[in-house]
Design a protein. Sequence first.
Length: 63
Amino acid sequence: MRRAAAWLRWYVTELTGENAYARHVARVRETDPAAPVPSRREFERERVERRYGDPRDGGGVCC
């Protein structure tokens, strides 16, 4: 039962993107331990801008 619950939790966090920040931090630390790591908020903002464009520049606007 615990194994199924752990798998379900992992699946949901992967599906929703919850683990993206943790993977990013691990990657940055692995590449350069002295490099600054963005906050979770900064990371999410950059992630949305990469995906949909910066709304301040007209990106992500439909019509």
